[in-house]
Design a protein around this ligand. Structure first.
Ligand code: NAG
Ligand code: NAG
Ligand code: NAG
Ligand code: NAG
Length: 398
């Protein structure tokens, strides 16, 4: 257990946030504990790194140089080598051992030379696992269907606290699940700095449904890299407090900002912490008041609790999942094909060039809040199993 915490901390300190976390007072003490852990394990790292490197070294990918039109993403390779690298060396070592950024980058560098193929059976299997635990189709969003008038609903995290569903709250909820799933091709766009100069905008915009996190910028020249289409975007209520003064004023600035998302759904964790509720409702009322095209919807707290439980059984023991990971999980249930962009928890790219944490700033994550390396580990595994596709680098024209 100590080792797990330490390794998470090791990477955690290097990590960026893809889709931002929600704040919690809890983060502070963990961060301090983790710093201690990191110091105490630094000495062990070189030996571990040596032992981690060797299995990979024996699995050189043979690049087929005779094939024309090689792109940066899909290199010809011997599929069996990729598979072997996958099942033997990587999945296993990562599970047992400490891992550090350079090790991860090495693995990802090799993976991105492997051709990705969807594996429909794996996908169906995983999707049904997720559906039986979490059922995004019915429970992703708080609706009148899953939230009876007059009931007391438990908060996601403050789950000893309940909120009484009054007529006023009930009226804010959509009658049933508002998203018109299933969607064919979905893009889940994280906010990683890796998206800068990625040229992925056009590809993202071609998706049938585009998920984004935490009101990221999509206008101006950045469109080339991140696209502009948005069907659903999450909002961290702390942004409403910090950037828009809780919408007591600055409503115009807020409305102008969200106008760039067209008629997207703005998804808020209104029922995760009690402190989120007022700000989330305020967003709903503000949009209504000004007849904005966007609609505020709220995560269903029981969905998020089930999801956290689901991932906990797979080793992601986060205090809370990141919004990017929540949305990725929902997308697997709601979409036929899921592709992830901008999920890159490293401080540098494959070539070793430092990159910013977000494509729009260089803010550091709060250490200790999310089990981000664990989440990324799971995402890599989903990629490796052919369940979803992770876009690692630049998007090149077909
Ligand atoms: C290399 O690619 C060519 C053309 O696609 C193919 O015919 C050949 O079998 C490949 N060689 C290996 C070793 O994969
Ligand atoms: C991936 O392929 C590129 C181009 O063939 C090569 O330069 C690079 O070294 C490969 N990366 C890894 C980790 O094998
Ligand atoms: C909800 O909680 C209130 C007190 O907080 C209680 O009076 C009421 O009976 C509860 N309603 C239901 C349906 O449990
Ligand atoms: C850049 C490049 O190598 N383009 C080649 C792609 O393949 C076609 C034939 O399949 C060639 O005509 C192009 O020159």
């Amino acid at each position: 257990m100590r080792a797990l915490v330490a390794l998470a901390a090791l990477l955690g300190s290097l990590l960026l946030f893809l889709c931002l976390a929600w704040l919690s007072a809890d983060g502070a003490w963990r961060a301090r504990d983790w710093e201690k852990e990191v110091k105490s394990t630094t000495d062990a790292t070189p030996r571990l790194m040596r032992s981690l490197r060797s299995p990979l070294a024996s699995l050189q990918l043979s690049t087929n140089r005779t094939t024309p039109n090689q792109t940066g993403i899909q290199k010809p390779e011997q599929a069996s080598k990729c598979k072997e690298m996958w099942s033997n060396s990587w999945a296993a070592t990562v599970k047992r051992k400490r891992y550090a950024e350079d090790y991860y980058l090495q693995v990802v560098g090799k993976l991105q030379n492997c051709t990705w193929n969807k594996r429909p059976q794996e996908y169906a299997k995983f999707k049904s696992e997720l559906s039986s635990c979490c059922d995004a189709a019915h429970n992703f969003i708080t609706s009148q269907n899953n939230t009876p008038l007059g009931s007391n609903m438990s908060y996601e995290v403050d789950n000893k606290k309940t909120i009484h569903i009054t007529q006023e709250i009930f009226k804010m909820l959509p009658e049933s699940q508002p998203l018109e799933y299933p969607f064919k091709n979905c893009a889940v766009v994280g906010n990683g700095g890796i998206l800068k100069t990625s040229n992925c905008g056009a590809e993202i915009d071609q998706s049938d449904f585009v998920f984004r996190c935490n009101l990221p910028p999509t206008v101006g020249s950045i469109r080339q890299d991140v696209g502009s289409k948005t069907n659903l975007v999450t909002i961290n209520p702390s942004i409403i407090a910090q950037k828009y003064n809780k919408l007591n004023e600055k409503k115009a600035a807020f409305l102008e900002n969200v106008a760039s998302y067209g008629d997207a759904f703005l998804l808020l964790p209104a029922f995760s912490f009690r402190s989120n509720t007022a700000a989330s409702f305020k967003v709903h009322h503000t949009l209504k008041e000004f007849s904005a095209k966007q609609k505020a919807i709220f995560f269903y707290p029981r969905y998020l609790r089930s999801l956290a439980q689901f991932w906990r059984t797979k080793g992601v023991k986060a205090y809370r999942l990141s919004s990017g990971f929540m949305i990725t999980s929902a997308a697997v249930e709601l979409c036929e094909n899921v592709k992830l962009y901008g999920f890159w928890p490293f401080s540098k790219n494959i070539a070793g060039t430092p990159i910013s944490h977000h494509y729009y700033d260089n803010q550091l994550p709060k250490p200790g809040f999310h089990a981000m390396p664990k989440e990324y580990n799971q995402i890599l595994q989903l990629h490796g199993r052919g369940i979803l596709k992770l876009q690692f680098g630049k998007c090149l024209p077909d």
